[in-house]
Design a protein around this ligand. Structure first.
Ligand SMILES: Cc1ncc(COP(=O)(O)O)c(C=O)c1O
Length: 346
């Protein structure tokens, strides 16, 4: 079934808001790669694509995407947060999957062009327009198991969004998975579509058995990230998070928070840490998930195998998490200045 296209997006009644990503904006941009080069992109009404069932992405998983947001500021202008970093990550995802690298200038023009065409569909705060450039291998041959895609397509979709977690800013319940990895060692650092399918089984099981909102992957007892967000431990004057490696996504929200943390009085420590250390931290500290969709969402409870529960602090979203979230959101909404180059006005 096609996702809905919503005619008007300023839904003020929170209960009437559609689920994250369930509504698509009315326009999209499409470019194709063939004979070693990218075509001119075109803007189209959002709708179906006609594709062979033999395309490389369907058989061999050559598909990746980006996710970032444009915000309507109080002055009515529409502004994208850290677009260049997201496009650079799309290029790294392309490299990892042996897909043709999108040209950064063209990808930015596709994103800006879509936003411009759906300007009236960008929700007021706390909503935003979620941008979803999607790159995948086409070329109709099912013989490409050990070959890169011969053709590819880049499609930029947009979606008016509100809260990612259905319960808004309530503290999250997170299942701590201590054996399984979320993604294969090299793929974790990029937004490969298959990573999300791989995390689904453990996520659905944790939801069913433990009523968990998300799974925190901690293979071998080393804390990594959740199925769709990075993970931070926070306390007075300090943030601890895993140092970058190839196993987990290098989140741009994580980077933004770590960049502004010192100004807010938090020293940042990036290193590996264990489940045991995390459990000791949360006795009187805070924990939170961060990402474009999650923003900075506080964790209230960690659940281990067998349903053993560990409250994070008082079980409520802590004051330091709230303060960091407010600073991040204020920058995204243009209420306070950002470091140079973080905002692209469309
Ligand atoms: C697996 C995973 N980790 C982390 C993140 C956070 O990345 P970003 O802050 O760039 O959105 C995401 C995406 O939102 C993700 O899907």
């Amino acid at each position: 079934m096609n996702a809905q296209v919503m005619p008007t997006t300023n839904v003020t009644d929170a209960t009437a808001r559609p689920a994250f990503g369930a509504v698509l904006a009315s326009q999209m941009a499409v470019a194709t790669w063939k004979d070693g080069k990218w075509s001119q992109h075109e803007f189209r009404k959002y709708g179906t694509l006609e594709l062979s069932p033999a395309i490389h992405a369907l058989h061999y998983g050559s598909a990746c995407f980006e996710g970032f947001k444009a915000y309507r500021w109080a002055d009515g202008s529409v502004n994208v947060f850290r677009m260049d970093r997201h496009i650079a990550r799309l290029q790294r995802s392309a490299d990892c999957l042996m897909l043709p690298k999108p040209d950064a200038t063209q990808a930015a023009a596709m994103v800006s062009g879509v936003i411009d065409r759906v300007r009236g569909e960008v929700p007021e705060a706390p909503g935003a327009l979620y941008l979803r450039p999607t790159l995948f291998g086409t070329g109709a041959s099912i013989g490409g198991a050990t070959l890169p895609a011969t053709e590819a397509m880049l499609v930029v979709l947009a979606s008016p969004v509100w809260d990612y977690f259905a319960n808004g800013e309530k503290p999250l319940r997170i299942y701590v998975e201590e054996r399984l990895t979320r993604a294969s060692t090299l793929m974790g650092q990029v937004k490969a579509a298959g990573n999300y399918a791989a995390a689904l089984g453990p996520t659905l099981t944790a939801r069913q058995q433990h009523q968990a909102d998300q799974v925190l992957f901690c293979p071998g007892g080393s804390v990594q990230e959740t199925g769709a967000a990075n993970f931070l431990l926070i306390r007075e004057g300090k943030i601890l998070t895993r140092s970058l490696d190839t196993t987990f996504l290098h989140g741009i929200t994580r980077d933004s928070l770590l960049t502004i943390a010192p100004q807010l009085g938090f020293a940042v420590e990036e290193r590996e840490f264990s489940v045991d250390e995390m459990l000791a931290w949360v006795k009187d500290g805070e924990a939170a998930l961060c990402g474009t969709a999650a923003v900075l969402s506080g964790v209230g409870m960690l659940v281990r195998e067998g349903g053993r529960e560990f409250a994070v602090g008082t079980g409520e979203v802590g004051p330091h998490t709230k303060r960091l979230r407010k600073a991040l959101v204020s920058m995204q909404r243009g209420e306070i200045p950002t470091p140079a180059g973080w905002i692209t006005r469309v």
